[in-house]
Design a protein. Structure first.
Length: 159
């Protein structure tokens, strides 16, 4: 008996659902309802396009920031290379000067001014290596961003 009651209740809900669905179909045929649905779809699509434009604009901003960082790092690399060359040249001239005065290799290696020049040279070399590695990473990121931005611009034009 309980099973029969359950089937009766289900059938009743199916009847109600069917009538509601049939009424919805009739209302959906109304030209005003169709126009409202169309306007709603247009608003949603327009909103999606605007969000997509904003995302592409953020990617372009990110690309410009990376370009500025790359430019700054390139300038720093140039400065560090000049400093490294200067430290190397100073160390060479100091070695030549000390050899001319008759100092042996051990005395030259223990000279505080030579140690300072050598330390500066090594410091600039390691910093240059690090900066060049960072520049290589930025260039890879920029290539990827440029390709992505270009493809998204094409998709925006199609939309």
């Amino acid at each position: 008996m309980l099973g029969a009651m359950g089937r009766y209740v289900k059938a009743f809900f199916y009847l109600i659902t069917g009538r509601i669905d049939s009424a919805r179909k009739e209302i959906s045929k109304n030209p005003y309802v169709i126009q409202a649905q169309y306007d709603s779809i247009i608003r949603a699509k327009t909103g999606n396009i605007h969000r997509y434009k904003q995302a592409v604009a953020e990617m372009i901003t990110q690309e410009e920031k990376k370009l500025a960082t790359l430019k700054k790092l390139s300038e720093e690399v140039g400065r560090l290379e000049r400093l490294k060359e200067g430290a190397g040249a100073k160390a060479k001239s100091l070695v030549e000067k000390l050899r001319a005065s008759g100092a042996d290799t051990e005395a030259i290696k223990n000279n505080p001014e030579y140690k300072q020049c050598l330390s500066a040279f090594n410091d600039f070399s390691s910093t240059l290596t690090e900066k060049n590695r960072h520049i290589a990473g930025l260039e890879e990121d920029l290539k990827q961003l440029t390709v992505n931005v270009a493809s998204h611009k094409v998709q925006l034009q199609e939309l």
